[in-house]
Unconditional design. Structure first.
Length: 200
């Protein structure tokens, strides 16, 4: 740890590992709104924010819980398809507010290719909100639609029905067949697109 008469104590959020102030400074200097993607163990949160002297002004936001409450989403709220749909919802709201460009802000998340944060960013680009992102890190269409989850669920259901029922008991109680996730994804996608009248 640093010490001595010239040592300056880092800001609290830097000490806690919550904010990279250098990255934030560069994003604010761009003058553009930020497309902020954050994830927890259970949820995805996406915000479009503009920096002001008083603090961040939230222009538009979406939480993956909304997918369940407003759009009938029956699958998990923290998986990759949910990340895409949450990004889609936030981007649609930002477009309605006149935002057409934003810089990506994934916080301290490790930028791994195919990560959930990039699924949300891809959703924004897909409906017309430009958020710079490299093609190599974007998840495939199959993963975005949840085909990998459906395939694994189907394999498990055939190989070990007891384990399948144990692992997917919450989905079964909702009357949702996880092997049908891609079709369900398409349904919820269409509901969001139709509500905000976004051109595909």
């Amino acid at each position: 740890m640093g010490h001595g008469p010239r040592y300056k104590v880092p800001r609290r959020r830097r000490r806690e590992g919550k904010t990279n102030y250098y990255k934030r400074y560069k994003m604010i200097l761009s003058g553009h709104p930020r497309f902020i993607v954050r994830k927890t163990l259970k949820y995805i949160i996406v915000q479009v924010a503009r920096a002001t002297p008083r603090g961040d002004e939230i222009i538009a936001a979406a939480h993956s819980r909304e997918l369940v409450k407003k759009y009938g989403w029956k699958a998990g709220t923290g998986n990759l398809p949910a990340a895409y749909l949450t990004g889609l919802l936030a981007a649609a709201r930002a477009l309605k507010k006149g935002v057409t460009y934003a810089v990506p802000d994934i916080g301290l998340h490790e930028p791994r290719p195919g990560a959930k944060v990039f699924a949300a960013i891809k959703a924004a680009n897909d409906i017309g909100l430009k958020v710079p992102v490299g093609e190599k890190v974007i998840p495939s269409e199959e993963r975005i639609r949840g085909e990998h989850i459906a395939s694994w669920a189907k394999m498990l259901q055939e190989a070990s029905p007891e384990l399948f029922e144990k692992m997917f008991s919450q989905y079964i109680s909702r009357g949702f067949d996880r092997t049908q996730l891609p079709a369900h994804f398409n349904e919820v996608y269409e509901r969001i697109i139709n509500e905000y009248k976004v051109e595909k």
